[in-house]
Design a protein around this ligand. Structure first.
Ligand code: NDP
Ligand code: GDR
Length: 353
């Protein structure tokens, strides 16, 4: 008999890849979407006519979550919904706590009070942001948490409440501690997509300047398509557990810009304090394709966060051993795929005038 999954955050980057994966595996997929005045289902358009059913719902609305869990009685719940932007969480700390922390509690309470703890498996989208200024690198499942943003704090509360429901009530809850993962479907305000979208547009003369904040931040960037497989694998194990999902390689924001510019053969001009080419030359091995030119990348303090996480890099050894999971897409291939997709988008924009 086909299995049923309930996915919150289905309109997001991960939600769309996960929905594809589950539909391929024969699941009936139920997605929770927020009501919005303008359409927010662009990432799901290609799934029309499949075993996908969408329901209005919101992580801030407990009665609706209760009703949806009761109605769908899912075999698996994937809680991907969140106010997911770290920078925005400094502007919206209350909402971020409500959605990301209490929202997870509301969903777990629905599972528990409906008596589904023993049958419905629960995936929680935890994050490397919970490590914050971790003293050790690479980070593993046992690295202490030290979050540096309202987003990280809220996600840590959700992480602990999911573990608590596992220990206290026997809910089959797994937390995936995922490091940054990107794709052509990444939201345009996250740094990877902001870079590939802007450079592709600048290549065609549609934009003059790319403004960024902290260029020295280092992240462990993987591909979302690979990472949703790990989410599914966690819920197929005999026992619930928590897993770090990462590539184990870290790159700076500056390196991301350089890699994207190289893919478009653009010459860069760095502006703003701390954005000089010498700093670039220090971190980019010679002969990697970087060259000076007229494409302006400007360091703008408006994009710098009140505090930032300087560097994150994960050790996914446990996922490799227990889940048999390894990332398939490396940094260069990820950047090239995103650049190619954004170049096609910019070309359509240029044609439309
Ligand atoms: P996105 O920002 O692309 O998607 C977030 C989703 O959550 C969207 O579908 C959004 O709906 C939905 N959402 C936001 N607020 C609410 C709410 N109040 N009620 C219901 N739905 C809501 O995120 P990603 O796909 O990149 O990430 C998925 C999850 O994984 C998130 O929880 C994120 O915090 C976490 N995560 C992501 C990582 C990454 O690198 N991508 C790494 C680690 C964790 P709408 O379309 O209406 O805005
Ligand atoms: P992050 O991703 O905060 O790691 O959270 P983001 O792409 O927003 O930032 C990564 C790093 O780049 C620096 N940065 C900028 N960031 C943005 N968004 N815009 C800029 O202009 C800019 N300039 C420099 C940031 O300061 C930061 O250091 C993502 C989200 O998907 C979370 O939901 C998820 O939990 C974590 O990844 C793991």
């Amino acid at each position: 008999m086909s299995r049923t999954a309930l996915v919150t955050g289905i309109t997001g980057q991960d939600g769309s890849y996960l929905a594809e994966l589950l539909l391929q595996k024969g699941y009936a997929v139920h997605g929770v979407t927020r009501h919005a005045s303008s359409l927010n289902r662009a990432r799901l358009g290609h799934l029309t006519g499949t075993a996908l059913t969408l329901h209005h719902g919101d992580l801030t609305d407990a009665p609706t979550l209760q009703r949806l869990v009761q109605q769908v009685r899912p075999d698996e719940i994937y809680n991907l919904a969140a106010q997911s932007h770290v920078g925005v969480s400094f502007e919206l700390p209350g909402y971020t706590m409500d959605c990301n922390a209490l929202g997870t509690l509301r969903l777990l309470e629905a599972v528990r009070t409906l008596g589904l703890g023993g049958t419905t498996r629960f995936y929680q989208a935890s994050t490397s942001e919970m490590f914050g200024t971790a003293a050790t690198s690479p980070q593993t499942e046992s690295t202490p948490f030290e979050p540096r943003s309202p987003y990280g704090v809220a996600k840590l509360a959700a992480h602990w409440i999911a573990r608590n429901y596992r220990e206290a009530y026997g809910v089959f809850a797994c937390c995936g501690i995922l490091f940054n993962h990107e794709s052509p479907r990444r939201g345009e305000s996250f740094v990877s997509r902001k870079i590939t979208r802007a450079l592709a547009r600048m290549h065609l003369g549609l934009q003059d300047v790319l403004e960024l904040g902290n260029l020295d931040a280092e992240r462990d960037w993987g591909h979302a398509r690979d990472y949703v497989e790990a989410q599914w694998l966690m819920l197929q194990q005999p026992q619930p557990d928590d897993y770090v999902i990462a590539t184990g390689k870290r790159h700076s924001v500056r390196e991301f810009v350089v890699a994207a510019a190289a893919a478009l053969d653009l010459g860069l001009r760095w502006e703003g304090e701390g954005a000089d080419e010498r700093a670039v030359a220090d971190i980019v091995p010679s002969g990697s394709g970087i060259r000076s030119g007229q494409t302006v990348v400007r360091l703008d303090p408006r994009h710098v966060r009140p505090i930032d996480v300087p560097a994150l890099c994960g050790d996914a050894g446990k996922a490799r051993h227990v889940l048999g999971w390894t990332p398939r897409t490396g940094f260069d291939a990820l950047v090239r795929e995103m650049v190619a997709s954004d170049l096609a988008l910019a070309q359509r924009e240029a044609r439309a005038g």
